[in-house]
Design a protein around this ligand. Structure first.
Ligand SMILES: C[S@@+](CC[C@H](N)C(=O)[O-])C[C@H]1O[C@@H](n2cnc3c(N)ncnc32)[C@H](O)[C@@H]1O
Length: 288
């Protein structure tokens, strides 16, 4: 039985904000979320929304950075510990703690439709148990012309990672395996296993383990039909972050060089190569 992500994130509430304090390529964790935050701020600067709601706002460090850039952002999270840390952080920054509240993106009860003309979610929506419903809930908050900006996990990254995830992805997505003769199936298995060895390595940094919490991955090429159309949303742009300059195994063996080269790619979030080289991406959509 997989755990709900907000429970796991709640346990990390006291330390989660550290990644935003002194982002540095030397940290145990690559500062992917700082690159993500920069792209969100750049998009808000372009859109200039009147009021923004941050879904799954965590410690409110991103929300405060956006307020510093001049945007009126409120936020909610479902993890009580995150809400407590976020309220304390916004108060320390001189804002009312009421700009943060507790709510569940899978069943939003505290936000009325039309109050916010922009809904954002950084690293939150793909942790929903019911992704489809969650996107519907968020889209439902927006007035016509309102904006939604969310980050998602990139399914196509498996085509670039060149490991056991690639094998699983290719079998799931491309190969007509039921139609193969037994002999061909056996040789295909051997071919795939030989070229994509299971990486028996310790994790580079501690993270929410994908195998213990609910997550969804998405294909950036099919976002419009897979996610947006059903909710009256039109895709305006895709942006990539958490580039991998080399297959991820090299972050284990050549960390500094790997990170320096990867960080150089982050300068252009619109680089189409992010479709494969990035584990995560951002969707900007607008409600009809
Ligand atoms: C990866 S963290 C990101 C936090 C913050 N947005 C950031 O970028 O630093 C995901 C957040 O989503 C929250 N979350 C998970 N499930 C949620 C739900 N059902 N409703 C609201 N928030 C949720 C978690 O508690 C956590 O704070």
């Amino acid at each position: 039985m997989k755990t709900d992500a907000y429970v796991k994130f709640g346990e990390m509430a006291s330390t989660y904000g550290q990644q935003y304090v002194t982002p540095d390529l030397d940290l145990p964790k690559y500062p992917a979320n700082v690159f993500r935050l920069n792209t969100f701020i750049n998009l808000l600067n372009e859109i200039k929304p009147k009021r923004v709601i941050d879904v799954g706002c965590g410690t409110a460090d991103p929300l405060l950075a956006m307020r510093k850039a001049g945007h009126e952002v409120d936020g909610f999270d479902f993890a009580e510990e995150m809400v407590a840390v976020a309220k304390s952080n916004v108060e320390k920054a001189g804002y009312s703690p009421d700009i943060i509240f507790r709510d569940n993106m899978e069943d939003i009860t505290q936000v009325e439709t039309g109050v916010y003309d922009c809904a954002i979610a950084l690293g939150a929506v793909y942790y929903a148990r019911d992704f489809e419903k969650t996107i519907g809930n968020i889209a439902g908050l927006l007035p016509s012309g309102g904006h939604m900006i969310i980050s998602l996990r990139n399914d196509l990254f498996s085509m670039y990672s060149m490991n056991d995830y690639s094998v699983e992805y290719m079998y799931r997505t491309f190969f007509p395996k039921e139609k193969l003769s037994e002999d061909l199936r056996r040789r295909l298995d051997a071919h795939m296993q030989e070229r994509h060895k299971v990486e028996d390595v310790e994790k580079v940094f501690e993270t929410i383990d994908d195998r213990l919490v609910h997550t969804y991955n998405h294909n950036p090429l099919t976002v419009q039909q897979d996610i947006l159309s059903a909710h009256g949303l039109m895709q305006k742009g895709l942006y990539f972050y958490h580039f991998h300059a080399l297959p991820p195994i090299f972050e284990h063996t050549d960390r500094d060089e790997f990170r320096k080269l990867s960080a150089e790619f982050e300068a252009n979030p619109a680089d189409w190569r992010g479709m494969f080289m990035c584990s995560t991406f951002i969707v900007h959509a607008q409600k009809a």
